[in-house]
Design a binder for this molecule. Structure first.
Ligand code: ZN
Length: 141
């Protein structure tokens, strides 16, 4: 039930192609894929790094949540995502410890991954995402 791994670190960028010139071309991380997430109105570049990934987030509409974040805070680290084996239990435990959840119930990605966000007010200023993978721990993604 304890967190198992860092799944990804997400960075908000103004322009994906410009950001890839650093993260892919200069730093030499592989670019696994680019995904259009219509629900969140964001384009996401996935760059695997060890067991984890760097995700670059570019808003795809001017009024999305990510676009508003970018306008207010500028580009930079957006959130940290940690894998847990039982998301419901982890959320219950956090609430019992007084943490503020952004999602009261788990949300589900198209690939079946259940996730929820924890408010930065509870974490020391970092937006925290919890993932419960549909695969079993130790199994390859
Ligand atoms: Zn994320």
């Amino acid at each position: 039930m304890s967190p198992a791994a860092i799944n990804h670190i997400a960075v908000v960028v103004e322009n994906l192609e410009a950001a890839l010139r650093f993260w892919r071309d200069a730093l030499d991380l592989p670019l696994a894929r680019v995904e259009d997430n219509a629900d969140e109105a964001v384009r996401i570049a996935f760059l695997p790094l060890g067991e984890s990934e760097i995700e670059l987030l570019e808003p795809s509409t001017p009024d999305s949540g990510i676009a508003r974040y970018l306008a207010k805070r500028g580009p930079g680290m957006h959130h940290l995502c940690i894998e847990v084996t039982d998301l419901g239990a982890a959320m219950q435990r956090l609430v019992a410890h007084g943490a503020e959840l952004i999602n009261e119930t788990p949300r589900i990605r198209p690939d079946g991954t259940r996730y929820a966000f924890i408010h930065p007010r509870s974490t020391g200023g970092v937006l925290l995402e919890l993932y419960e993978l549909s695969r079993q721990p130790g199994e390859q993604a």
